[in-house]
Design a protein around this ligand. Structure first.
Ligand code: HEC
Length: 157
């Protein structure tokens, strides 16, 4: 009984600092540029978070579930790189890189549905967005039925 209680306390003690420091220490995975990549996604709605041009990168671990649906395995990772739109004679082209976002399946992130959410500046440094209110709430509302993944594999073909 005493042992169980102790284990519980230790569990709690390590959990709280873990979520904090993990969010602070978020880093972009090496070599994501070589993962499977979506077609160029152009969003012209100025009210959209992704207003601009973006590409979604998906790591090999996540690809099977991305194609067929279901629950993603640990380590599944998505990266979105977003650029501003430059209008080059009617045809939208990429301007400056503006934002990078990451979702990585990690069971330690209980507050955000078992996914780590992180935002980065164009230079790859964490932008310090709150993963719950700035990220998870929208993904929860939009994509609860697809393990919080909103984009579609159809956009890769
Ligand atoms: C207002 C709603 C909203 C908010 C807030 C939001 N997202 Fe998303 N997110 C989306 C939409 C919509 C897509 C799909 C875009 C597409 O179809 O290419 C998406 C896609 C993604 C993807 C690619 C995987 C997927 O779900 O398709 C990642 C990674 C991601 N978002 C991370 C984040 C992070 C990190 C934050 C917080 C910094 C965040 N998002 C905040 C709406 C949101």
């Amino acid at each position: 009984m005493k042992k169980v209680l102790l284990a519980g306390l230790l569990g709690l003690a390590t959990l709280a600092p873990l979520t904090l420091s993990a969010a602070e220490k978020a880093t972009l995975p090496k070599g994501y540029e070589k993962w499977e990549k979506s077609k160029q996604q152009v969003i012209t709605d100025k009210k959209s978070l992704f207003y601009g041009i973006h590409y979604t990168y998906v790591n090999p671990k996540a690809m099977k579930t991305y194609r067929t649906g279901g629950t993603y395995p640990e380590g599944s990772t998505f990266v979105v790189v977003q650029y501003s739109i430059k209008d080059a004679g009617g045809k939208p082209t990429e301007g400056k890189k503006q934002m990078i976002v990451l979702m990585k399946k990690d069971k330690n992130f209980k507050q955000t549905g078992g996914w780590q959410y992180a935002g980065f500046n164009p230079d790859g440094r964490p932008s310090g967005l709150d993963p719950v209110s700035n990220c998870y709430e929208c993904h929860l509302k939009t994509a609860k039925g697809t393990d919080f993944i909103i984009s579609k594999y159809a956009d890769f073909k």
